[in-house]
Design a protein around this ligand. Structure first.
Ligand code: TPP
Length: 627
């Protein structure tokens, strides 16, 4: 038997000659390789450790340079990347200039789409299958979806569609009973029922045999008898949800049994129409630390392996904006029992897990269902509750119409959106940067948009939001807030009022959210060059502080806006609109994220690259000031 098999895998074709024993050794080598590499780069370890055998079995049964393989979310594509020619570059995973942490067609023909958000794979797979059918192309399509992501509404919409049109596709349901945290929802309980009933498959097969052997059902039985039989069959048939959606259901199978998977997937390749293979896997498999704590190792920070399978994480943990948010939310909730927190499957990432520890009855996890979470918050608010929906900016993109139609149009609902990870997020890259929220919220009538300059101000803004009716969105970034940089006291948070942080006559800098720190530092640097800049913490992108902008325009004749948000439609655009509408003659320089998708890299690297670091901001300030 070969050893060091991984080194010989340049493409999936190299898997074909391997024996079962060699494949099993390869699976073990891949797990070791994954753990060692992700330990250095950080990344989505636990999900990838759980999907090694499924990935190998799929690549043995199909040729995905021709057929198509779509991963849902895409965070579990590392094994796929390793065997599709990217092993040599794997050490650059998620690093600036290196390979991405998600599927990427620019890297490989084996990746049909860029992905990063959940619950899209079945839809895009149905689209591919329909496209191939229309073209008379016999290519096969496979979608891999987790038990967390399948609870998202798009999956049901896609199955509903494919089940009727009978598109030819295979869905692999990778069921590890976990999203990032434990999977929630009734559908998840249903899957647990299937998973935990080892006899279910046998019973189902027996029932199918019995019913198939009843001769000429439609002819020999009356309509009523026939319907009765269908009902009995439906009751005894535990997979009726998938059947009702028009999918043939197979499984549950052991998702780590390579031989079983090969047989099953090989057979399914030849069955036409929509079908689902339910494979049960274990998240973090093969690395004790990750299987013991799959939530932490879902998206792991770099770590060191101490003893066999035992990890230590590196780097000290700093107090983050998320920590400040949850501390402040708990403080307010102690005083106000109407405050209820909602998360869409991100209890740890948003800090809501800690809120739940203190207020278990006032915490709701709706699953990976962002659109629903917004409308659900509207329902709660109608009953007098003050919902706080903590959600990453990028995932809030899923709730756009719901924010307008189900919340804002109602005018008087008290709903607060806590938009975590707003701005650049670093290694997860373009699908995860939260750089569009100001643009997709700013035009909604009545909506109030805030961003704090630090953790303490986040608390003040949260208090303001919960104390005022209507829709409010507070955006705050990933990472640690600044400490001891600004003048110590905080001006009261008043609707549409900014805060003056530094006086100056040569120009005025209006900075928003995380950029207040960088702009303030940049102004200090500029003062060393004899340039005297006013720095304003804008606080509100809507309503704007019209008075402060008008004063700055008249008194300095030069305004800079600084934001870690896309320039089109952002805070700077709002200021430009105001200046134009008021006929205020003033030079304006908008600084922010250009009109393109921003790659992955550390936030500090990206800031530098985009001219948002204190040093690069200072250069722009100096280049534009006329002394
Ligand atoms: C729309 C959206 N919401 C939230 C997330 C964050 N997220 C990434 S992976 C994940 C859990 C996915 O669980 P599952 O589909 O079961 O896959 P597993 O990691 O367990 O293999 C979540 C919530 C996301 N990527 N997209």
């Amino acid at each position: 038997m070969k050893t060091d098999i991984l080194a010989s895998i340049e493409s999936p074709a190299d898997l074909a000659p391997l024996s079962l024993a060699e494949l099993e050794s390869l699976a073990a080598e891949i797990r070791e390789f994954l753990t060692a590499t992700v330990g250095k780069t950080g990344g989505h370890l636990a999900s990838n450790l759980g999907i090694v055998e499924i990935t190998l079995a799929l690549h043995r049964a199909y040729d995905f340079s021709h057929d198509r393989l779509v991963f849902d979310v895409g965070h579990q594509c590392y094994v796929h990347k390793i065997i599709t020619g990217r092993r040599d570059r794997f050490a650059t995973l998620r690093q600036l200039g290196g390979i991405t942490g998600f599927p990427n067609p620019e890297e490989s023909v084996y990746d049909p789409f860029v992905v990063g958000h959940a619950s899209t794979a079945i839809s895009s797979a149905v689209g591919l299958a329909a496209g191939f059918r229309l073209a008379g192309d016999d290519r096969k399509v496979v979608a891999v979806v987790g038990d967390g992501a399948i609870g998202g509404g798009m999956c049901f919409e896609a199955m509903n569609h494919a089940g009727q049109t009978k598109e030819d596709l295979l869905v692999i349901l990778n069921d590890n009973d976990m999203a990032i945290a434990e999977t929630v929802g009734a559908f998840s309980e249903y899957l647990t029922g299937l998973r935990c009933n080892p006899g279910a498959r046998k019973i189902r097969e027996d029932i199918a045999r019995i019913f198939d052997s009843v001769p000429l059902i439609g002819h020999s039985l009356s309509g009523l008898q026939e319907r009765l039989l269908e009902i009995i069959k439906g009751q005894a048939e535990p997979t009726h949800i998938f059947s009702a959606m028009g999918f043939q259901y197979f499984g549950p199978v052991d998702g780590h049994d390579l031989s079983g998977l090969e047989t099953e997937i090989g057979a399914l390749r030849n069955i036409r129409g929509p079908k689902i293979l339910h494979a049960v896997t274990s998240k973090g498999r093969g690395f004790a630390a990750a299987s013991a704590d799959p939530e932490t190792f879902h998206s792991a920070v770099p770590f060191e392996i101490r003893a066999a399978g035992e990890a230590v994480t590196l780097g000290e943990k700093k107090n983050s904006y998320t920590d400040c948010f949850v501390e402040q939310l708990k403080r307010i909730a102690r005083e106000d029992d109407q405050v209820v927190a909602i998360t869409a499957a991100m209890p740890a990432g948003t800090g809501i897990k800690e809120f739940a520890a203190e207020f278990p009855g006032r915490f709701i996890d709706v699953g990976i269902c962002e659109a629903h979470s917004v409308t659900f918050a509207a329902g709660l608010a109608r009953t007098g509750i003050k919902p706080v929906l903590a959600i990453y900016s990028t995932f809030m993109q899923r709730g756009y119409d719901q924010i307008i139609h189900d919340v804002a149009v109602q005018k008087n609902l008290n709903v607060t959106f806590a938009l975590d990870r707003a701005g650049l997020v670093g290694a997860d890259g373009p699908t995860h940067h939260g750089v569009f929220d100001i643009a997709f919220l700013r035009h909604i009538p009545g909506l109030i948009l805030l961003a704090p300059r630090d953790g303490q101000e986040l608390g003040l803004m949260l208090e303001f939001a919960l104390g005022n009716p209507g829709v409010k969105a507070i955006r705050y970034p990933r990472g640690a807030p600044p400490e001891n940089i600004f003048p110590a006291d905080y001006a009261e948070v008043l609707l549409g009022k900014s805060e003056l942080l530094r006086k100056g006559k040569d120009g005025a800098v209006f900075a928003y959210g995380r950029m207040v720190e960088n702009a303030y530092r940049a102004a200090e640097l500029a003062s060393l060059q004899g340039v005297d800049l006013r720095v304003i913490n804008a606080r509100f992108a809507k309503p704007l502080d019209a008075q402060a902008i008008a004063n700055a325009a008249r008194e300095t004749g030069l305004i800079f806006t600084v934001e870690d948000h896309a320039l089109p439609g952002g805070f700077g655009s709002a200021v430009a609109e105001y200046l134009a509408d008021q006929n205020l003659a003033c030079r304006l320089r908008r600084i922010g994220i250009p009109d393109r998708f921003i790659e992955h890299g550390s936030c500090a690297q990206l800031d530098e690259m985009l001219g948002l670091s204190p040093e690069t901001l200072c250069e722009t300030f100096l280049a534009n000031v006329n002394l």
